[in-house]
Design a protein around this ligand. Structure first.
Ligand code: AMP
Ligand code: MG
Length: 516
């Protein structure tokens, strides 16, 4: 009997992680650390060290990303799989390792860093045929742990889990997160670095990305004169992720992608917080969610990272310049295999790509047909006049009427203002020019680029507090809202509100340390 064929493709059936097939190309194709001893030490002539996760007391599934699970072809995990995701079991076919990398931290070469608490279990083939690494963050000590414990606390793990997925749904290139596992083990942290260490619940995030290779993976090899290994790593990354590119074209493509990533961060008001060269991905995706934050009141000097409060090296406005600085450090690391001229071209391409795309992004945010640099520069200046919520301002700007009194022009924007009685003279002057330049039907277009919902720090903190009290439903609800950040979702209005006053100076809501 002949069967009917329909145009819709059937969703492949989801399988449990324990039934999945794994690959290990990173391990197979790159030089391994010949030493297998799992104690902190300098490693040489290697891209990674084989190491297994350290078991935890009582792994418990706290959150799961259905969207990512479906993409990977994975069903919600069985009890066995929760053991695997908590680091208590390694499945047949997995060859776990910690990667070796170095990096510039806050502008200074820090030597060997490496996966001090992240362990990649294996690669899995996603439903689109792509190969994806499964990595546990907080899975125990590795040779790269230095003096630290290899673990992660619930608050930072939840923040990484949720923000990875929120960024994906915002359309920003990012590593993903499959699940959040409570370990049942306490982890001692001095949260404020003020000499008061205290136990906190421990957790593990399973992160997913085509690769977790960072700029620093190349830097450490060149810094140690391991040029053969450098070539092998470059060949591997190009073969797997930049097929057909020459070394020079690859570097330039990394520059181009990183420039577009910076435009995404800037257009959304995302501040990474720790843009060290070991925290920049070779794929140009967002990686390593630590003391990140989202602009509330627009302020180019704002940083969520208390460790950076003095220098503000990684503040919102510095991010595009810092990314280029980091790419210049990568260029130095690639000098043994790429001509200086080609590397310089890459850095120029970075600047040109960023400048062009940022101009367009601002035009889109304003709902303009074509870029208007003056109007864009002036709105940012006007936003600094009084504390104005970056996300809400652009979302509400779509609803400013094309004519009216000062008050009528300002009315739709009021929810974005933190200070009720602040002057808005600059802003009104700007609005009067703005409404002459835009069309009445711009709202739908603007809504597609100006999200209503971002993962504000206070929302994160509320989800953390609920989870710590044993309630996973708050995170679950928040994740469902953040899966459609550009939609109105009137039933979830409270998640779009500007930061409440109670959160202005509350730890976790306004500023974060690197303690995680
Ligand atoms: P980060 O600033 O989080 O990107 O981390 C910088 C370096 O410190 C990386 O090599 C991390 O693997 C390592 N690291 C951070 N926290 C821990 C920890 N609790 N245990 C071991 N290594 C860590
Ligand atoms: Mg890092």
């Amino acid at each position: 009997m002949r069967t009917v064929r329909t145009a819709t493709r059937r969703q492949p059936a989801l399988v449990d992680l324990a039934q999945a097939r794994f690959e290990n190309t990173f391990v197979r194709d790159l030089p391994a650390d010949p030493v297998r001893i799992n104690i902190p030490r300098p490693v040489s002539n290697a891209a990674y060290t084989r190491v297994e996760p350290t078991p935890v007391a009582a792994p418990k599934l706290l959150a799961w990303s259905d969207a990512l699970g479906e993409f990977l072809g994975l069903s919600r995990p069985s009890a066995t799989s929760v053991e695997v995701l908590g680091g208590n079991r390694v499945l047949a076919g997995m060859e776990p390792y910690a990667a070796r990398y170095g990096g510039h931290q806050f502008g200074h070469w820090a030597g060997q860093l490496g996966d001090g608490r992240a362990i990649t279990l294996a690669e899995i083939i996603a439903t689109d045929g792509s190969r994806q690494d499964l990595q546990l963050k907080g899975a125990g000590k590795t040779p790269y742990s230095r003096t630290a414990d290899g673990r992660a606390v619930l608050r930072s793990s939840l923040r990484e889990f949720a923000c990875s997925e929120a960024m994906f749904h915002l359309g920003v290139p990012t590593t993903r997160a499959l699940c959040l596992i409570g370990t049942g083990d306490p982890v001692v942290r001095d949260m404020f670095y003020d000499g008061h260490p205290a136990p906190e619940p421990g957790a593990i995030v399973c992160r997913v990305a085509p690769t977790f290779v960072r700029l620093g993976n190349f830097q450490i090899l060149t810094a140690n004169g391991e040029i053969d290994a450098l070539k092998r790593l470059a060949d591997y990354v190009i073969r797997e992720h930049f097929a057909g590119f020459s070394y020079a074209a690859w570097y330039q493509e990394v520059c181009r992608r990183t420039a577009l990533l910076m435009v995404d961060w800037m257009r959304l008001g995302f501040v990474h917080g720790v843009m060290n060269t070991d925290n920049l991905s070779i794929l140009g995706v967002t990686i390593d969610y630590g003391p990140y934050g989202w602009l509330e009141g627009y302020d180019p000097m704002w940083t969520p990272n208390t460790t950076d409060a003095q220098g503000r090296r990684y503040c919102y406005g510095n991010q595009p310049g810092i990314a280029q600085w980091n790419l210049a450090r990568l260029a130095e690391a690639l000098l043994p295999i790429i001509e200086r001229e080609k590397l310089e071209e890459g850095l120029n391409l970075y600047a040109d790509t960023f400048n062009d795309a940022w101009r367009s992004a601002l035009a889109q945010k304003l709902g303009l047909e074509s870029p208007d640099e003056e109007l864009a520069a002036e709105v940012l200046d006007a936003l600094a006049e009084s504390e104005t919520d970056f996300t809400l301002f652009f979302r509400k700007l779509a609803h400013v009427p094309l004519a009216g009194s000062d008050n009528e022009l300002l009315a739709p924007l009021r929810p974005a203002f933190y200070a009720v009685d602040a002057p808005h003279e600059k802003l009104v002057a700007w609005l009067l020019r703005y409404v002459k330049r835009v069309a009445a039907d711009r709202a739908a277009r603007m809504d597609r680029v100006n999200p209503k919902y971002v993962f504000r720090n206070y929302l994160a903190q509320q989800a953390i507090d609920a989870m710590a009290a044993g309630d996973a439903s708050a995170l679950d609800r928040l994740m469902r809202v953040l899966a459609r950040p550009y939609d109105e979702q009137p039933e979830s209005e409270e998640f779009a509100a500007r930061r409440p006053e109670w959160a202005r100076h509350k730890a976790g809501c306004s500023a974060l340390s690197c303690s995680s």
